[in-house]
Design a protein around this ligand. Structure first.
Ligand code: G3D
Ligand code: MG
Length: 242
């Protein structure tokens, strides 16, 4: 029976709900070491997927600075990262760009799975970042970094999608270690494989559907051809004049 130790880091702006997500998953009474110098908390939880014993080591930043040179300890050895934003505040989503850069650098590219998490989904009336906008953002980040991203919507308050996210992570991380698991994770509508979605053409490419994208691309290709023809004509004219 194999034992697995997966270090997962929670990153994102202050007050987006990182500690709440961790506490919701692990219960309030965790015993964590307080890593004073880097301002991080750490707690662990054991779970079982089929006959595999998994220990999730979950690290959570207490500091609110968007960058700190001492953070490398925080990311060192991390295999997955939950990048959390508050669905009430678009800035916390766009700030995830620099959080991701920091995580990629700090983990020395060791992070295999990134989750972008829209938290506080229970506050429906106050929501200011739509699912579409968030998915579009994830797609752009995936395109720019080449990193596979999963997107999910959670509420640390109601518990929506919290356990599901960690269960999904457990399956993915075992998979990344070439472990074949028969039972499927409890995938919910809230968990979206950005890569898969784009490959299926089922969702957004820079804000347009796959069909619209293909039409636009076709038009661009035609315009490009016309421009080339015009350039050739101009070149010939210039040659004649000379
Ligand atoms: P952080 O660890 O990212 O800094 P916290 O964020 O977990 O400390 O959460 C910040 C505030 O947001 C807390 O409120 C917390 O209760 C609230 N919060 C976190 N997640 C959710 C959620 O899913 N839904 C709602 N409605 N609130 C949430 P206080 O008032 O204690 O500061
Ligand atoms: Mg916190």
């Amino acid at each position: 029976m194999a034992k697995w130790n997966f270090k997962i880091v929670l990153a994102g702006d202050g007050a987006v709900g990182k500690t709440s997500i961790r506490e919701r998953y692990m219960g309030k009474g965790f015993t964590g070491d307080y890593l004073k110098t880097i301002g991080a908390d750490f707690a662990s939880k054991k779970v079982k997927i089929e006959n595999h014993d998994i220990t999730f080591q979950i690290w959570d930043l207490a500091g609110q600075d968007s960058y700190s040179a001492v953070r490398s300890t925080f990311y060192k050895g991390a295999i997955a990262s939950l990048m959390v934003f508050d669905c009430q505040d678009p800035k916390t989503l766009t700030n995830l760009k620099s959080w991701m850069d920091e995580a990629i650098e700090g983990s020395k590219n060791g992070i295999l799975t990134f989750f972008i998490i829209a938290n506080k989904i229970d506050l429906e009336e106050k929501r200011r970042v739509s699912r579409e906008v968030a998915i579009d953002f994830c797609h752009r980040v995936e395109k720019n970094t080449g990193i596979r991203i999963y997107y999910c919507e959670t509420s640390a308050l109601t518990g929506q999608n919290i356990a599901e996210t960690f269960d999904f992570l457990g399956h993915k991380l075992l998979g990344a270690n070439n472990i074949k698991i028969k039972e499927k994770p409890a995938i919910t509508d809230g968990i979206i494989d950005i890569h898969q979605k784009v490959a299926e053409g089922a969702t957004i490419i820079d804000g347009v559907s796959k069909e619209e994208f293909d039409v636009l691309k076709n038009r661009m290709d035609n315009i490009e051809k016309k421009v080339k023809t015009i350039q050739t004509i101009i070149k010939k004219l210039v040659e004649k004049i000379q």
